[in-house]
Design a binder for this molecule. Structure first.
Ligand code: ACO
Length: 381
């Protein structure tokens, strides 16, 4: 393959086969193990969806009950890990804290032999169960508050809210968080999932695999976009300022990108954005409709004639930030929440990778200098 034939960003280049999720970017469909994501967001729970992703089929009642128990009994993290979190800088980004603490979980609950299926499952339970605890603990510690112990009677979504705010969410808020977790749980061969598979292919331990994926998710072109979307909406401020803001941005930078728009695969509106917008409408019908939601709706309308012809439409991040912000969740926790959800997809891909593993080692045609003479330091100009 010549250098000019290499598609930037490996667009459309198959890197493996997968049976976990499927996307049709033209028809706006997303299936987890063959089930439409809209159905799961409406009918399922994050726990059930995680089992589906990890195991391939919906759980029986007994399997789901055991899975709930297994997760709940692994939510507490070692006190020395909480001590480590206390010593992180308060100004540090929660994604950095999450990446470091997921890797540190591997120090406290080691699982280095990836050919041991029981140990792999145990580590997966530990990681899924601990991530909300780690995110909520850092969020509280940095503001001088004590972490809140996990609540044994609450499900994954409600318990996360409880550990963050010290109170249980209403039924509708719990449902919204749960649906957000389901919608973010898996998305085919995105950058962080590919990262997890590449790290997994070296037989790295599961904590390192997930830490690598968290790092990849943190970038503003991937999971980090949801924070930037909210900053962008705040910068605009009100719906009547959308047009002027957009014109000014485009005039000052021809390659300006509207955060929350565009996707490598979807060339229509992301189906997850549609579900999230419906959820947002329902939450806001019960409480105050935030102005930032109206800004987002107006921005989507204004962008349609400009970017629609290029196949650039709202992605999942366009409305998620408005929902989280309405729940009073700090902006810099949006991407960690994405990670709390996506970990189930990452682990499902890790298991799939291990089933038929060969270490990733792609090619990169060399285009650099040839036969360069080494000049001793003292002779260099
Ligand atoms: N705003 C304005 N124009 C855009 C945007 C955008 N958000 N996204 C793409 N375009 C334009 C590009 O400039 C390009 O135009 P051109 O053909 O005239 O040069 C065309 O649409 C094609 O875009 P690409 O850059 O080729 O798309 P790519 O697949 O490489 O990137 C990406 C996809 C990274 C998501 C991009 O759309 C983007 O940067 N979006 C903003 C960040 C964002 O919302 N990320 C979240 C993605 S979803 C997720 O990770 C959960």
């Amino acid at each position: 393959m010549s250098q000019t034939e290499i598609p930037a960003g490996l667009a459309d280049v198959p890197v493996t086969k997968t049976a976990i999720s499927d996307i049709d970017g033209k028809n706006a469909t997303l299936f987890y193990r063959g089930i439409p994501v809209q159905v799961l967001a409406r009918e399922s729970s994050f726990e059930e969806t995680s089992w589906l992703l990890l195991k391939g089929d919906l759980p029986t009642q007994r399997e789901l009950a055991n899975f709930h128990f297994d997760l709940r009994s692994r939510r507490k993290v070692h006190y020395r890990l909480l001590e480590a979190l206390k010593n992180f800088p308060e100004s540090g980004h929660p994604m950095d804290a999450l990446q470091a603490s997921v890797a540190a979980l591997g120090l406290f609950y080691p699982s280095r032999n990836v050919s041991d299926a029981a140990a792999n499952w145990e580590a997966s339970l530990r990681i899924i169960a601990s991530m909300p605890t780690l995110v909520a603990a850092f969020a509280r510690l940095r503001s001088g508050e004590m972490p809140i112990e996990p609540h044994p009677d609450l499900d994954h979504a409600a318990n996360f809210y409880y550990m963050l705010f010290g109170k249980e969410p209403s039924a509708s808020v719990r449902k919204v968080i749960d649906a957000c977790l389901i919608l973010h749980a898996e998305h085919h061969m995105n950058a962080s999932t590919f990262t997890a598979r590449v790290a997994g292919s070296s037989l790295a331990n599961p904590y390192q695999v997930i830490a690598a994926a968290v790092g990849s998710l943190s970038g503003p072109l991937h999971g980090g976009a949801n924070e930037e979307v909210l900053e962008q909406l705040k910068e605009i401020g009100s719906p009547d300022r959308v047009q002027a803001w957009l014109e000014q941005k485009r005039a000052s930078n021809p390659s300006f990108k509207v955060m929350g728009l565009g996707h490598r695969v979807y060339k229509v509106k992301d189906p997850r954005a549609t579900v999230l917008q419906d959820l947002a409408e329902r939450v806001f019908a019960e409480s105050t409709r935030p102005i930032l939601y109206d800004v987002a709706v107006e921005l989507e309308k204004a962008c349609l004639p400009i970017y629609g012809p290029k196949g650039v439409f709202p992605n999942v991040d366009f409305y998620s930030g408005v929902v989280y912000s309405a729940l009073k969740i700090p902006t810099d926790l949006f991407t960690p929440i994405f990670a709390i959800a996506r970990v189930s997809g990452w682990l499902a891909h890790w298991f799939e990778q291990l089933q038929n593993n060969r270490i990733y080692r792609p090619d990169a045609p060399y285009i650099g200098k040839q036969n360069v003479t080494y000049t001793p330091l003292e002779k260099r100009p």
